[in-house]
Design a binder for this molecule. Structure first.
Ligand SMILES: [Zn+2]
Ligand SMILES: [Zn+2]
Length: 349
């Protein structure tokens, strides 16, 4: 089968690789029909984080079950499914707590599971990992495009909002206008926030944030004249109780803490980078008793409730996919995201 293979910074190729096979009775083989390039795939692509070379890549699969092991109960061949970016058993202490990302039997996509940017994956622990899409939506392309972000970014944006404690009537700030930040806006609106300030570096993405429910936007970065922290503090009369940190950089952590109201909470979900070498702004949290909650999003925990809303027509993250490519053009997908020509790229193997 064909799959994307990471060969080093700036170098993702589609190659012929062995097709995965059922190995354990709890496995399922899934033919991937939809997958995506993630912001976190860009860190190795940009040489900003280490990754084995060569290695299979991608972690946001959706497709059709082709074969199941004899112990699999929740799905059968022909079912439409998607999978979160982490494999989980659904039965251990942490899965039962909803902390699927800490599953003691867990794994990530890649290796002989198949990276999710390829024609097939083998899903270990299929009952715990795969989310079955109701049959009536199994071939509804609009519904599938709106469900695909539940594999990662929509669940992650939701985790940011939940971790920040967003509730009905609240004022919150969303730091980051990438796919996760935009989904954080959707999540905050869904949870009933009455004021949502979206902070980003790109005017066009902040426009989408407004379509998603942001009540105000603040443009930062080199193109903007103002001071983001000052602007947000002024708009919120001293900071917001709930801040969603959706980037993961040391600078955005710092901004998040500084726009958080004393005693408030920052929900952080961006994969940390650049914060290892003394970059974590502990004093910005310390001085005003700002709480920090969150971490890698257990998106499996949120899949059903978010799917209900997507299929019910009240939640639609699909506009984050501003570009669609075939598997053979996955390299072009990486380029487009790296150069910010696309917010998020949908890949159709
Ligand atoms: Zn992802
Ligand atoms: Zn588990």
């Amino acid at each position: 089968m064909r799959a994307a293979v990471y060969h080093g910074p700036g170098d993702v190729r589609v190659e012929e690789v062995p097709k995965p096979e059922i190995k354990a009775p709890t496995d399922a083989l899934v033919r991937v029909t939809h997958t995506a390039v993630c912001g976190s795939d860009l860190w190795p692509y940009r040489g900003e984080s280490d990754r084995d070379v060569p290695s299979r890549i991608g972690h946001e699969p959706m497709g059709i079950v082709e074969e199941v092991g004899e112990d699999v109960r929740s799905v059968q061949p022909g079912d439409r499914v998607f999978a979160p970016f982490v494999i989980s058993c659904g039965e251990c202490e942490f899965c039962r707590k909803g902390l699927y990302t800490s599953c003691v039997n867990g794994d990530s996509w890649g290796g002989d599971n198949g990276g999710a940017q390829g024609e097939y994956i083998r899903s270990p622990h299929a009952d715990g990992t795969l989310v079955r899409v109701p049959d009536r939506y199994a071939d509804d392309e609009d519904a599938l495009r709106a469900l695909l972000p539940l594999t990662d970014v929509m669940g992650t944006g939701h985790h940011a909002a939940v971790s920040a404690g967003v509730d009905a009537g609240d004022t919150c700030v969303v730091i980051g206008d990438g796919a996760v930040g935009l989904c954080g806006v959707l999540a905050a609106r869904r949870l009933g926030a009455s004021r949502i300030l979206a902070v980003g570096h790109h005017a066009d993405r902040l426009e989408l944030a407004e379509e998603f429910g942001a009540t105000e936007t603040v443009l930062g970065g080199s193109d903007a004249g103002g001071d983001v922290v000052e602007d947000v503090r002024e708009l919120t009369y001293g900071g917001a109780e709930h801040v969603l940190e959706c980037v993961g950089a040391a600078s955005s952590m710092e901004t998040a803490a500084q726009v958080c109201r004393p005693g408030g909470t920052v929900g952080y979900v961006g994969v940390p980078h650049g914060v290892e070498s003394g970059g974590f702004p502990a004093f910005d949290f310390f001085g005003d008793n700002v709480a920090l909650r969150g971490g890698v999003a257990p998106t499996r925990a949120y899949a059903e409730e978010l799917m209900d809303d997507v299929l019910g027509g009240t939640l639609d993250p699909s506009p984050i996919f501003t570009k669609t490519v075939g598997l053979d053009d996955v390299a072009e997908g990486y380029r487009a995201m790296d150069e910010r020509d696309a917010i998020k790229v949908l890949v159709k193997p």
